[in-house]
Ligand binder design. Structure first.
Ligand code: ADP
Ligand code: MG
Length: 566
């Protein structure tokens, strides 16, 4: 059993504006309100809850332990322990029963849950320990009796909805985990909360209520979604408010955390596209990001390549975990910003911060292939677009799944709908010399036209080879096809990128790139290394500056920036 997470938010939502019920100024001096971290009673004294859990949400849906001792004996023991509150848990199923055909008697409840033999045995023990009950006493009347005794002994009652279906809580596969789970009918839950709040308003010891114990992901992966949390919790709290005061809650309108969504402060969104996988889309995304950051821009990478989210590996942050924040996820930092004085950039230029969000962080295993169906992918992408707290970004690069299928189109459409008009600057199309068959590129360009995406330019990757041994860059494959093709289609050509094994060693092993003396890449001689060749200390962005591909990407990014200017 765990403490309900929702106690304080709910108290806040419930009681800030008006009392649950007005009572004279005597114990418990309700209503309680919240003030910062404190709970205050009606005399403005701070109340500290020291409580015990009294479970009543398991299979019988009757508060437990009554076969051993009376309600008053149990309450006295609680008091003797120095406790001042009970968290009384209940299942929504009990209220569903009440709505369907009146509440179940103790006899029926015990026999239904425990079977004829055990049920009858436990029932008889309950009746012996608690002579005021009969076999026809209802479950809700047991809750009433406990609340009455709590008032007598001055113990606060905090009501807690533990589960929908009455069972011992909590697992990911118990059907009670998240809104809409097998037994977690949201309408019935809201009705149950309002019913219990209204019913308990007549208990003088009733001081607070929580909305739901331990929300958790379901086994099929629903949950952990702040938007759905918010969209369900607020009306539920409002329902309790209305049920107990007869008024609309005036508080909630004011603070919708989702009014400024995560993309609001992102200046430019650039998609990285390719018709096929394996052409270097993720390596291009990585290098565009590092280069933009080395020019002082703040950059985010969103990896929605659900077929193979490889960004965590490229950025060397595979073991990082995404943190939750109210309203969403915090992206994982790759490096923070450096000002000119502390900068490790050539010429001491400031370095912009780089953050990344990837589905890879949410998958357990690097090799977990995601075989979700289309709608689920679209939902996931939508959540990625709306729930990541990027903060202020100059550029958000999106590594998209390869292809031009219908599913792909719907992902891009979701993106266009989520972003503000003009926020998506366009797409960088990655191709290789071999892939430059006219039909492949035509597909890609048609795709952009269909979805209304501006083509910022084409990058031809894997054109040529930077030999680690002989200071030469050879064109193993053809080169220049990309440029011709870009001309044919009247789209900008951003540059050719050779294969550089030193880049792979940098990504895979964290090795600072070194080249034989006199190596010339893209017409430029690689400069002498300032560091010892064996010095592999430093961050990815520092070491990337020694990579032959950095010079090329610096040129690509220069063009890209001028192409994104309106
Ligand atoms: N220019 C390059 N030089 C060296 N290795 C490269 C280059 N481009 C891509 N690679 C490597 O090729 C593999 C496939 O590239 P990747 O970016 O993952 O492709 P995609 O994202 O299109 O599937 C990766 O291991 C990557 O490191
Ligand atoms: Mg990739």
């Amino acid at each position: 059993m765990h403490i309900p997470l929702l106690l304080l938010p709910v108290l806040g939502a419930l009681t800030q504006a008006s009392p649950i019920i007005s009572r004279a100024s005597s114990w418990p001096n309700a209503p309680f309100t919240t003030s910062g971290r404190d709970i205050k009673n009606s005399l403005n004294e701070t109340v500290t809850y020291a409580g015990v859990n009294w479970p009543g949400a398991a299979d019988t849906m009757i508060p437990e332990g009554l076969q051993y001792q009376s309600v008053s004996t149990i309450m006295t023991k609680i008091k003797d322990l120095g406790m001042n509150v009970i968290r009384l848990t209940y299942a929504i199923e009990m209220i569903d029963d009440i709505y369907e055909n009146a509440d179940t008697s103790l006899k029926t409840a015990f026999i239904q849950a425990l079977g004829e033999t055990n049920g009858t045995k436990v029932l008889n023990q309950v009746l012996i320990s608690n002579p005021s009950f009969t076999e026809n006493t209802t479950r809700l009347e047991v809750f009433d009796a406990i609340a009455a005794e709590a008032y007598t002994q001055q113990i606060y009652v905090h009501l807690d909805n533990h589960v929908s279906k009455g069972i011992w809580c909590c697992g990911h596969d118990d059907g009670n985990a998240w809104f809409g789970d097998t037994y977690f009918n949201v309408t019935s839950w809201k009705r149950g909360l309002a019913f219990m709040a209204s019913h308990a308003s007549s208990w003088p010891a009733f001081t607070s209520i929580s909305l739901r114990n331990e929300l958790r992901t379901t086994t099929n992966g629903t949950g952990d979604n702040w938007v759905s949390w918010y969209e369900n919790m607020i009306p539920a709290a409002d329902g309790i408010y209305a049920a107990t005061t007869g008024q609309q809650n005036p508080v909630t309108e004011v603070r919708n955390p989702f009014s400024s969504m995560s993309l609001t402060n992102v200046n430019e969104i650039i998609l990285v596209l390719s018709g096929k996988g394996g052409v270097g889309k993720s390596s291009v995304t990585t290098q565009l990001a590092l280069t933009l950051s080395l020019r002082g821009h703040s950059v985010g990478i969103l990896d929605i390549d659900l077929t193979g989210p490889s960004m965590p590996r490229f950025l060397g942050i595979e073991s990082s975990k995404v943190r939750q924040a109210p309203g969403g996820w915090l992206p994982v930092p790759v490096h923070e910003s450096q000002d000119a004085t502390s900068s490790t950039a050539e010429g001491n230029k400031p370095i912009g911060p780089l953050h990344c969000m990837s589905l890879g962080f949410l998958l357990g295993n690097r090799n977990d292939a995601v075989v979700w169906r289309g709608p689920k992918k679209t939902a996931m992408v939508r959540q990625f677009l709306s729930d990541v707290h990027w903060g202020k970004l100059d550029y958000l690069l999106i590594d998209t799944p390869p292809g031009t299928s219908d599913e792909h189109i719907s992902l891009v459409e979701t993106l266009l709908k989520t972003a503000a008009p003009g926020q998506v600057s366009g797409a960088v199309v990655v191709t290789t010399p071999q892939a430059i068959s006219v039909s492949d590129v035509r597909k890609e360009i048609n795709f952009c036209k269909k979805t209304g995406i501006n083509i910022l330019g084409v990058v031809e990757n894997m054109a040529g080879f930077v030999c680690p041994n002989c200071a030469e860059c050879t064109n193993v494959f053809s080169k220049g096809g990309g440029e011709v093709m870009a001309k044919d289609f009247s789209v900008p050509f951003l540059g050719s990128v050779p294969i550089d094994p030193a880049f792979i060693a940098l990504i895979e092993e964290g090795k600072r790139p070194v080249y034989p003396e006199g190596t010339v890449v893209a017409g430029q001689e690689m400069p002498e290394q300032a560091k010892e060749p064996e010095d592999n200390a430093g961050t990815l962005v520092e070491k990337y500056q020694s990579c032959s591909l950095f010079t090329i990407f610096d040129g690509i990014v220069g063009q890209l920036i001028s192409n994104t200017q309106p």
